[in-house]
Design a protein around this ligand. Structure first.
Ligand SMILES: *[C@@H]1O[C@H](CO)[C@@H](O)[C@H](O)[C@H]1NC(C)=O
Ligand SMILES: *[C@@H]1O[C@H](CO)[C@@H](O)[C@H](O)[C@H]1NC(C)=O
Length: 198
């Protein structure tokens, strides 16, 4: 930023064509990079969602083997108030929570308690509040856990922030375009001046 503004400021002050051209070129480069990122983000949003889904699947499968993944999943579910990727039954992907008949795990058909909606005024956290909820339907599950899958939450979050990013990008690109146009006008005026003198 220092380099670009230095070129623009001194270039305009001294009417130096080289500095003004460097300024204009740098702004154009930054602008095109922003445009490319915006276009890529827009067209690859489905791929982004699929990649996130694969990652959450891995985090659910290895929930009990990897403390980092466990902490991350707990954090995501609490922060976004969601459970599983599509819905809470996704916890069957994990060996311990798998709801298949004959699974000897004591947590069969359960979900981790990071899925649970906090009970107001509760002193001792009920870590077993998610037990058996995979057998419940959406309405029953609503009573004890966040019934919404993290995929829907993620899409909502990304969409609401895309709007913010879009607004910011627009706010940033207007002065950039103004800078490019004005420096080009100044360059051509200086060139006219030089050729009229010669
Ligand atoms: C649960 O475990 C059974 C038996 O191991 C397996 O066939 C099934 O695919 C598992 N469920 C999920 C959702 O992965
Ligand atoms: C959970 O999501 C799966 C896959 O999208 C769907 O087949 C299943 O019916 C859903 N279960 C509930 C209880 O909503």
């Amino acid at each position: 930023m220092f380099f670009v503004t230095f070129c623009g400021c001194i270039g305009a002050l001294r009417e130096n064509i080289h500095l003004l051209k460097t300024f204009s070129f740098s702004l154009t480069l930054v602008f095109l990079t922003q445009l490319a990122i915006a276009v890529l983000g827009f067209f690859y949003s489905d791929q982004t969602r699929d990649a996130l889904g694969k990652f959450v699947n891995k985090a659910i499968v290895h929930y009990r083997d990897d403390l980092d993944l466990q902490n991350l999943m707990d954090y995501i579910q609490r922060e976004f108030k969601c459970c599983g990727w599509n819905n809470h039954t996704d916890w069957s992907w994990n060996l311990y929570f798998n709801c298949t008949q004959g699974n000897p795990s004591s947590e069969r058909c359960a979900v981790p308690y990071s899925c649970c909606t906090p009970v107001p005024g509760e002193v001792v956290i009920n870590t077993m509040c998610g037990f058996g909820v995979q057998t419940q339907n959406y309405l029953e599950a609503t009573k004890s856990i966040y019934p919404v899958g993290c995929a829907d939450r993620a899409v909502l979050w990304i969409e609401s922030h895309l709007l913010l990013v879009g607004a910011l990008a627009l706010g940033l690109s207007l002065p950039q375009i103004a800078g490019i146009v004005l420096s080009q006008i100044l360059i051509s005026q200086i060139q006219d001046e030089i050729s009229s003198v010669l």
